[in-house]
Design a protein. Structure first.
Ligand SMILES: NC(=O)c1ccc[n+]([C@@H]2O[C@H](COP(=O)([O-])OP(=O)(O)OC[C@H]3O[C@@H](n4cnc5c(N)ncnc54)[C@H](O)[C@@H]3O)[C@@H](O)[C@H]2O)c1
Length: 257
């Protein structure tokens, strides 16, 4: 049995992750924590939501093998440090980390616990990233634009998935400037344009456009439902539960099939 705790248990993603966990006999939700709503009962497990401020106490008493975090960047860093200190492996789905926050998290994880960190747990998105690398290598002189769209409650912009795409494109293209949106009078240079749309209840769209003389190629991923992310996160939890310390990607999880 793999014992799992969830931070952000009452959020959009936490709720779906908890539902997904309940489908498997080898996974057991032992704790759910949130910054609001302590005392609520999580269905179908019957676990009572604990306040996020008592995370270490809850981890000590419930002894999970894995903590799955879908919160906000500032909270996730603290949650990751607490779990790593207590030897609890991690699945980190939260996005919007600064470089400093990422370094702090990585420092806490390395040598202590195993963690899967991914800004997107969708299987299709991981194929999308692979396709981008190939296209960017083949289309070195093409103009590249990254356009993402999400619901109007999303706090961080651009999305973690879009920034992961930018990293992949930069690796293939070499020295290139990243331009977030455009305004005013200026010619396009050696740059990748990144555009974030926030509207309605869009779950998550990502398009990368490669435009050259007389043609353009668009590689696009659209998430229709968050269940794709929740099932990927649960799959990552099963993967990471028995892993030796280190930081793993969703690509590692998918290759382990
Ligand atoms: N990796 C992926 O596949 C993926 C997919 C979707 C969303 N996300 C990311 O996951 C994060 C959460 O997204 P969401 O849509 O569920 O947001 P949400 O706002 O619906 O849920 C976040 C929850 O975290 C809680 N929270 C805040 N601080 C906390 C703390 N210290 N401890 C415990 N809980 C705390 C909030 O009260 C809220 O219930 C965001 O960063 C989002 O970008 C990642």
């Amino acid at each position: 049995m793999i014992k799992v705790a969830v931070t952000g248990a009452l959020g959009r993603m936490g709720t779906l992750v908890i539902q997904e966990l309940s489908k498997f006999d080898d996974l057991q939700l032992v704790a759910g924590l949130d910054a609001v709503g302590a005392g609520k009962t999580l269905q179908p497990s019957g676990v009572i939501v604990s306040d996020a401020s008592v995370l270490q106490k809850v981890l000590a008493s419930t002894k999970p093998d894995v903590l799955i975090d879908f919160t906000v960047a500032s909270a996730a860093v603290e949650n990751v440090c607490s779990a790593a200190e207590m030897g609890v492996n991690l699945v980190v789905g939260t996005t919007g980390f600064s470089q400093e926050q990422l370094s702090k998290m990585k420092g806490a994880i390395e040598g202590n616990v195993a963690a899967v960190i991914s800004p997107n747990f969708g299987v299709g998105v991981n194929v999308f990233w692979k396709l981008l690398a190939e296209a960017a290598k083949a289309l070195k002189d093409y103009d590249i634009e990254v356009i993402e769209a999400h619901h109007n409650q999303k706090k961080d912009a651009p999305s973690g998935t879009a920034m992961a795409a930018v990293d992949i494109l930069k690796k293939a293209q070499g020295e290139v400037e990243i331009i977030h949106g455009r305004e005013g009078i200026r010619l396009r240079g050696k740059e990748i344009g990144v555009h974030a749309v926030r509207a309605g209840d869009i779950v998550g769209d990502h398009t990368v456009l490669f435009a050259g003389p007389g043609e353009r190629l668009e590689i696009k991923h659209q998430a229709h439902s968050r269940t794709a992310f929740a099932s990927g996160a649960v799959r990552a939890a099963r993967y990471v539960a028995k892993k030796s310390p280190g930081i793993y990607s969703m690509a590692d999880v998918l290759e382990s099939r």
